[in-house]
Design a protein around this ligand. Structure first.
Ligand SMILES: NC(=O)c1ccc[n+]([C@@H]2O[C@H](COP(=O)([O-])OP(=O)(O)OC[C@H]3O[C@@H](n4cnc5c(N)ncnc54)[C@H](OP(=O)(O)O)[C@@H]3O)[C@@H](O)[C@H]2O)c1
Length: 514
């Protein structure tokens, strides 16, 4: 039997060419916890070429051996596919491709030395000059690194077809408001083309987030219902069951709107609400996502007052463990107005979603960690089952897509209760990743690093998309600053302030209790 050419094509396509991944900030937490473990898991799955090389760049003088030892520790602790007995040969060959370059971000000489080191390593390992520069550093360092990379001639301009290729991955946050995002976009484009820039949002690397697209566009039965004719409203929840865990200095300047909503939850909004892309290629897909963000109705003062709730947790208990109040965290102002909770009601002014409210909430110190999107459908046009159905709580159908944890999809509908009765009872039809596929999904960073090495930017955020979402989010921040009002309070371990409940109650709806 002849081989399926499409399958052969896919397999060939998914193995990147040999390249060197240069990580700036390589002695940091993200490199050890996520990046190198992800590269190692890819190597174990044989999804990267044997010539894959990692060059860490940071300040402390640890040398190649010190860096390798630290990475081994990270892989042992955090990789999805950990080294086990019998795997030593693989670790040994992976570790041979790990190097360390000591330098400081603002010193041009460090980059000249980096260029020389790269040339030497490329020659030794047979890498044809392909490079991925990963900016895993505090965001304030992005501009100086970009400038110095450009000045040292380390960036070869050109898109996916250019050889040797240079690609730049920029960690989050990409800006803290519209103005800073615009400035950063300009700084990036001074050095490289948009096609070379991979702005990371690790949510897009999650299988369940990608499955939102598969669910919608690989099946014919859901899409006809996915609009204002059938959907009553949409609820999006991004809840964490932890506080800020000592990161007061960061969180005070961020707040949950910047930390979660502008990036992760906006991605979920756009994948949920977008039109069918012409192809799944990076530009077609991102064109459709941007249209959603641009169609978000800008809130006027009245809407901001009425439809946005911000809250902050006070002392309470989460999962049986006591949690102190936000204002008692180290490096948090005793009168801080930073929001650890936000709830929004908003509209997408598109043909598909006209008249359908979107409700979104995101918070720390919730009773449960959960990220989900739920489409709540309109009720049946006629109540044929009357009082008996209402008595047992017949409800609107809900399609809930669980992003994390317990990744899966559930459809809630009414079923007749057994017996001589017309009563209707809500039941669930469930799909769960864990049970259906019996295999653990890859880590988000695995998929994203692999895609970047392959030159596929579909799951990365484009410059115009980032600016469009900051345009909308910055308006809310401006309003908060101008109004100077205090935050609502909620006890840690509860589902948020009463004002957020009222936001839905006033529309005759209520938040889901996932
Ligand atoms: N940690 C996470 O789970 C996570 C998750 C999502 C996004 N991020 C983002 O990822 C980025 C990195 O996070 P991280 O937690 O890994 O940061 P980190 O632990 O603070 O590491 C910072 C790194 O930058 C290096 N560095 C700082 N200043 C330098 C300088 N002037 N010259 C040379 N090296 C310098 C440090 O090297 P030395 O210590 O050797 O000086 C260290 O390797 C941040 O943008 C963060 O927002 C992190």
């Amino acid at each position: 039997m002849s081989e399926n050419p499409l399958r052969v094509g896919l397999v060939e396509e998914r193995i990147p060419e040999p390249c060197t991944v240069v990580i700036f900030g390589a002695s940091g937490d993200l490199t050890k916890r996520k990046l190198v473990p992800a590269l190692y898991s890819l190597a174990r799955e044989r999804l990267v070429p044997p010539g894959l090389t990692v060059l860490g760049f940071a300040r402390r003088p640890i040398g190649d051996d010190g860096f390798r030892a630290a990475m081994r520790e990270g892989v042992e602790k955090f990789a999805r596919r950990r080294p086990v007995a019998g795997d030593e040969a693989l670790w040994a060959s992976f570790a041979q491709g790990i190097f360390y370059h000591q330098g400081t971000f603002d010193d041009p000489e460090s980059y000249r030395a980096l260029a020389a080191r790269l040339a030497e390593i490329d020659a030794a390992r047979g890498v044809p000059g392909n490079r991925v520069f990963y900016l895993s550093t505090p965001p304030g360092d992005f501009p100086v690194i970009l400038r110095n990379l450009g000045a040292a001639g380390l960036v070869v301009r050109g898109g996916a077809g250019t050889r040797p290729f240079t690609r730049i991955i920029v960690e989050k946050p990409f800006g803290t408001d519209l103005e800073s995002a615009r400035v950063l976009n300009r700084q990036v484009l001074e050095v490289a083309d948009e096609r070379q820039i991979y702005r990371i949002d690790h949510y897009l690397g999650k299988e369940t987030v990608q499955n939102l697209m598969a669910f919608r566009f690989a099946n014919a039965i859901f899409e006809p219902l996915w609009n204002n004719r059938f959907v009553d409203h949409v609820q999006i929840t991004g809840a964490e069951a932890i506080g800020i865990e000592g990161r007061g200095d960061y969180f005070e300047s961020a707040g949950i709107l910047r930390d979660m909503v502008q990036n992760h939850l906006m991605q979920i909004v756009s994948l949920t609400a977008m039109e069918t892309p012409v192809t799944m290629g990076a530009n077609d897909l991102r064109d459709e996502k941007v249209k959603v963000v641009k169609a978000l109705r800008v809130m006027d003062d009245a809407a901001l007052e009425r439809d946005v709730v911000r809250g902050q947790y006070t002392a309470g208990s989460v999962g049986g463990k006591a949690l102190g109040g936000y204002r008692n965290e180290p490096k948090v102002a005793p009168d801080s107005k930073t929001e650890t909770y936000v709830a929004l009601k908003f509209w997408i002014d598109s043909w598909r979603w006209a008249g359908v409210p979107f409700y979104l909430r995101s918070a720390k110190a919730m009773p449960k960690k959960v990220t989900e999107v739920a489409l709540v459908f309109k009720e049946a046009p006629l109540r044929l089952f009357g009082a008996a159905a209402a008595a047992v709580g017949s409800r609107a159908n809900v399609l809930a897509i669980r992003i994390q944890p317990d990744e899966g999809i559930s459809l809630n509908f009414g079923s007749k209760l057994p017996g001589p009765t017309t009563a209707i009872h809500p039941v669930n039809m469930e799909f769960r990743y864990g049970t259906s596929f019996g295999t653990e999904p890859p880590e988000a960073y695995e998929r994203l690093l692999l895609d970047c090495m392959l030159g596929d930017a579909s799951l990365f955020t484009r410059g115009d998309e980032v600016e469009a979402s900051w345009t909308w989010i910055s308006k809310i921040h401006q309003r908060w600053r101008a109004a100077g009002t205090d935050v609502a309070r909620y006890e840690a371990g509860t589902w948020g302030p009463a004002e957020a409940e009222a936001l839905l109650l006033r529309d005759g709806r209520s938040w889901r209790r996932p």
